[in-house]
Design a protein around this ligand. Structure first.
Ligand SMILES: [Zn+2]
Length: 399
C-alpha cells in the first residue's frame, strides 16, 4: 500500500478534502481521508496541490488534428464546414502518414493537460493505434453518414475496420453524424446495431446550428442547398417539422446511453425531454463559437437537469485539447452554476457517459488511481473555483 498526501483533494463525489491522504494499492484507490499535516512513513507528500481525477473529454475528433489552425473561425456554420471539406476531402477517405502524425501530438497534449479518457469520433479509426500507445482510454465512435443511405448496408461494409480496431484493444461503437447528413434509415440501422453490441453507447451531433433547425423544421436553408450541390438531397425525405430532439425521439433513436453533442439551439422543451430520457448532453463552447453557431446556453443546460459532460471538439475548431480551458469558458458563460457541478461535468458525468463510471471520474475507493495534481498558489480561498480559472500543463502533473 502506498499513500499520497496533498493540501487538497477534489474527489468529485464529495466536497473537497483539506489535508487529504489517499491510499493506493495495485493502481486502485483504497481510501481517501483527511489526515494530519505530518508526513507518515512511506507516504509521498505532494505539498500545496489539489489532487483530482483525470479529466474526461467526452467529444473529440483526434483524426482531424492535422487541421489545426487550417480552418479559420466563421460567422456561419455552413461556411466553416465548406472550408473543412475543401481542405479535408471526403470524410471516408484514407489518411496519409503526415495526417496521422499530429494525432500522436494531440494525444500527448491532452494527456499533459490532465485528460485520461476521450469520446472520440472517427471516420477512419486512425486514432485507435495512437490512443493505445499513449494509454489514452475512452470510446472510439465509428461515425457513419449518408443522406441517401436507404438501409444499414454501410454498417456491414465497414464491419471489418471496426473488428480490427477491437482486436487492437479499443472500445469501439457506431455513431451517426447528424440529422442533415444521415438518413433516417441509417440512423435506425445504427441504433439497432449499437443496442446489441458489446459497447452499447452512441453519439450524435445535434442542435449545433440554426441552419439545422431550419432544415428539420422546413426542409430548406443552407443544408438543403449543400445536399443538392453534392447530389445527396432526397425528394422523398419526410420533413420532420420539429426540433432535433423530437425528431430522433419520435423514432426511438435517443436513450440514456446516447451522447448528444452541442445542443446550442435547444429550447427548454428539448432539454427537459433529454433529461427525462437520461441522455448526456456534451457541450463544447469554444468550438461552438469558432464554427459560427454562437455560445451554448450553459445555465439553461444545468437548470433543465440534463446530464452535462464537456468536450473540446477537434483541433479544426479549437486552439487546444485542454479541458481546463473549456472549463474556464464554461465558468465565464455560466457564473451562476456551482463550481462543483462544472468539475463533475469534466470528470464523473463524462466517465459515466462513456461507460467508465465504475473505473474513472472520481476519487472513490475501488476506482483506478488515474489522478492529477494541480499546483496551487499559497493562499486559495476556494479550490474548486481556482480549478476553473484556466489551468495549463505547466501547473499539473500525473500522480
Ligand atoms: Zn464534433
Amino acid at each position: 500500500m502506498k499513500s499520497v498526501r496533498a493540501a487538497w483533494a477534489c474527489p468529485i463525489d464529495q466536497p473537497p478534502i483539506r489535508d487529504a491522504v489517499i491510499e493506493i494499492e495495485d493502481g486502485i484507490i483504497r481510501s481517501i481521508s483527511s489526515g494530519s499535516r505530518l508526513p507518515a512513513p512511506g507516504s509521498r507528500d505532494l505539498g500545496n496541490v489539489a489532487i483530482l481525477p483525470g479529466l474526461i473529454n467526452a467529444h473529440t475528433h483526434l483524426e482531424l488534428s492535422w487541421l489545426r489552425g487550417c480552418v479559420p473561425p466563421a460567422s456561419q456554420f455552413t461556411d466553416w464546414v465548406k472550408t473543412l471539406f475543401a481542405i479535408r476531402g471526403r470524410p471516408d477517405g484514407g489518411m496519409s502518414a503526415a495526417q496521422v502524425a499530429p494525432i500522436h501530438e494531440a494525444i500527448a497534449e491532452a494527456r499533459a493537460s490532465g485528460t485520461v479518457a476521450v469520446g472520440d469520433i472517427s471516420n477512419s479509426l486512425a486514432a485507435v493505434g495512437p490512443m493505445r500507445e499513449a494509454n489514452l482510454d475512452g470510446v472510439v465512435f465509428h461515425e457513419l453518414l449518408g443522406f441517401k443511405e436507404r438501409d444499414g448496408a454501410l454498417i456491414d461494409s465497414t464491419r471489418e475496420m471496426r473488428s480490427r480496431a477491437v482486436s487492437a484493444g479499443a472500445r469501439v461503437s457506431l455513431a451517426p453524424h447528424a440529422p442533415y447528413s444521415t438518413s433516417l434509415e441509417l440512423f435506425k440501422a445504427i441504433r439497432s446495431a449499437v443496442d446489441g453490441s458489446a459497447c452499447p453507447i452512441t453519439s450524435v451531433h445535434l442542435g449545433e446550428s440554426a441552419e439545422e433547425i431550419e432544415f428539420l423544421q422546413k426542409g430548406s436553408g443552407p443544408w438543403r442547398g449543400m445536399l443538392e450541390i453534392i447530389g445527396a438531397w432526397r425528394d422523398d425525405w419526410p420533413v420532420p417539422a420539429c426540433d432535433p430532439v423530437a425528431y430522433l425521439d419520435r423514432h426511438g433513436i435517443i436513450d440514456e446511453k446516447t451522447l448528444v453533442i452541442h445542443g446550442v439551439q435547444f429550447g427548454d422543451g428539448a432539454l427537459t425531454r433529454l433529461a427525462e430520457i437520461g441522455a448526456t448532453l456534451v457541450t463544447c463552447p469554444r468550438s461552438n463559437q469558432w464554427v459560427g453557431v454562437g455560445y451554448p446556453p450553459v445555465e439553461r443546460f444545468y437548470k433543465s437537469g440534463v446530464n452535462v459532460a464537456i468536450g473540446t471538439d477537434s483541433l479544426a475548431s479549437v486552439e487546444d485539447l485542454n479541458l481546463f480551458s473549456e472549463l474556464k469558458t464554461l465558468r465565464w458563460l455560466a457564473p451562476g452554476i456551482p463550481a462543483a457541478k462544472l468539475l463533475e461535468s469534466a470528470t464523473l458525468t463524462g466517465a459515466r457517459a462513456l461507460g467508465l463510471g465504475d473505473e474513472l471520474g472520481s476519487l472513490t475507493p475501488g476506482k483506478r488511481a488515474e489522478m492529477i495534481a494541480v499546483t496551487l498558489p499559497p493562499q486559495v480561498e476556494d479550490v474548486e473555483e481556482y480549478l476553473l480559472g484556466g489551468i495549463t500543463p505547466s501547473q499539473l502533473d500525473w500522480v
